[in-house]
Design a protein around this ligand. Structure first.
Ligand code: EPU
Length: 419
């Protein structure tokens, strides 16, 4: 298993291009199953989770061609299997996103239950309940969700709590259902809107995506389209934080600044000077120590849980004391234990992490426990004195394209140690 070695203390400077969003690419790849003709996707990020999804679609019979620059041509017409096996779902829970499209298009799906993960229980009860309301018969046996439906029927769904992939799964199931579906308390994340935009381009009738109420009028079929995936706001945020934690000056390009509002406000509170253009964000922290910030994670447009761990790293070397409350997932603080091994002073009580900033972290061998936890350890390593070696970085390869190359472009002393 590869490791990352980082020698910290270099203020990062320069500009980098941000890749397509993982959490938009995954549902959009799943949605290609709905199409009756080939789809061409651009700005697909080169990530392990995308590779897993390609493997999953191929295992169902879809033909996928990878062109230069990670353009993907997907022909779903050869799909003959409607199964997401445990072997793939266990490595990537987002595989559950094929449930809605398979059921809507082919009337059947057998999808392994994802089970718990490093950041919490993460049940899929709301996905299942919504599909049942749309008329599916669902049984759970042998660790699999078995779903069947001759024809889904539009209905009014009110989600008990906000769920991103739940909203996406139900939207994908509803686009070919008979009649109108209304999803209330829908997730507002930009990735949900990106999926809806893609579906509309394929011929779906969807209104209100990106708001709490989505109206979907079922259509008879969807056709392939070229589509460019939205930029990754979490990757952008992580690299801006790399600039902030090292007292550097970083510009991220090919982004949508408006999707980063809550994050940019917190970076400004931390003392960064932020400037935005139509598709770039510039962060200048040159030579300054960040100030600790208080924040509470929340569904979009609130502060994203996927940048919580990275702000924990920032608070650990900031001046003052910062309080971070995690409200989306129940156990997303594993990174704090590793940060403590680097000298951070963080106390956890329930869903709250209180960090009293230390002058300097010290490099140490640490272990990545999940994707965003890994990113926080990379940031800590960039700021720390000495050398940090991060193990189990397969987590980071799931969601960050060429992280060591992009950071090296900003001047970081970072290298991958293959084993
Ligand atoms: N929940 C339920 N029942 C459900 C669905 C969700 O109780 O049926 C709960 C979850 O346990 C959690 C909360 O609702 O406490 C929110 O979970 P959500 O369903 O919104 O999360 P998700 O759809 O599984 C997506 C992203 C995550 C991101 C969350 C929150 C994808 C593929 N994943 O997960 O991304 O953290 O939304 O924004 O879109 C990551 O990229 O590192 C990552 C974990």
């Amino acid at each position: 298993m590869d490791r990352l070695e980082i020698t910290g203390g270099v203020p990062l400077e320069g500009e980098i291009l941000i890749s397509g969003a993982k959490n938009a690419a995954l549902p959009i790849l799943a949605a290609t199953l709905l199409s009756e003709s080939p789809v061409l996707l651009e700005n697909v990020p080169s990530l392990n989770d995308v590779m897993t999804t390609i493997k999953l679609l191929r295992s169902m019979g879809a033909e996928i061609t990878l062109h230069d620059g990670w353009k993907l041509e997907i022909d779903p017409r050869t799909t003959t299997e409607y199964v997401a096996p445990y072997e793939l779902v266990k490595t990537m829970r987002a595989s559950v996103l094929v449930l809605g499209p398979l059921l809507g298009r082919y009337g059947r799906a057998d999808v392994s239950l994802p089970g718990g993960c490093a950041i919490g229980a993460r049940p899929v009860n709301l996905h299942v309940a919504g599909l049942k309301s749309l008329g599916a018969e669902i049984s759970i046996e042998g660790g699999y969700i078995h779903a069947r439906a001759e024809q889904l029927r539009g209905t009014r769904l009110t989600l008990d709590s906000v769920t991103v992939t739940g909203t996406e799964n139900l939207m994908m199931a509803a686009v070919l259902a008979k009649g109108e579906t209304v999803i209330e308390n829908a997730a507002l994340e930009p990735e949900v809107l990106d999926l809806a935009t893609f579906l509309v381009q394929m011929g779906a009738k969807i209104e209100g995506a990106g708001t709490g109420t989505i109206h979907i009028q079922g259509v008879d079929n969807l056709q392939g389209t070229p589509y460019t995936i939205l930029p990754d706001r979490i990757e952008a945020g992580t690299h801006l934080l790399a600039g902030a934690i090292t007292g550097g000056h970083v510009r991220v390009k090919q982004v949508r600044p408006s999707n980063l509002d809550a994050v940019l406000r917190k970076l400004e509170q931390a003392g960064a000077r932020i400037e935005c253009g139509s598709n770039w964000v510039d962060l200048d922290m040159a030579g300054e120590r960040p100030r600790a910030v208080n924040l509470s994670t929340a569904p979009y447009p609130g502060f994203p849980t996927d940048l919580q761990a990275q702000f924990c790293a920032l608070n650990s070397i900031a001046s003052g004391t910062g309080k971070i409350v995690e409200t989306v997932f129940e156990s997303r603080f594993q990174h704090t234990l590793e940060l403590q091994r680097m000298g951070a002073n963080i106390g956890i009580r329930g869903n709250t992490a209180v960090s009293k900033g230390v002058d300097r972290l010290k490099g140490a061998p640490v272990m990545a426990t999940d994707l965003r936890a890994s990113a926080s350890l990379v940031l800590a390593g960039l700021a720390a004195a000495g050398t940090t070696v991060i193990e189990r970085i397969y987590h980071i390869d799931r969601g960050y394209e060429c992280i060591e190359e992009k950071l090296a472009q900003l001047g970081a002393r970072i290298r991958r140690l293959p084993i």
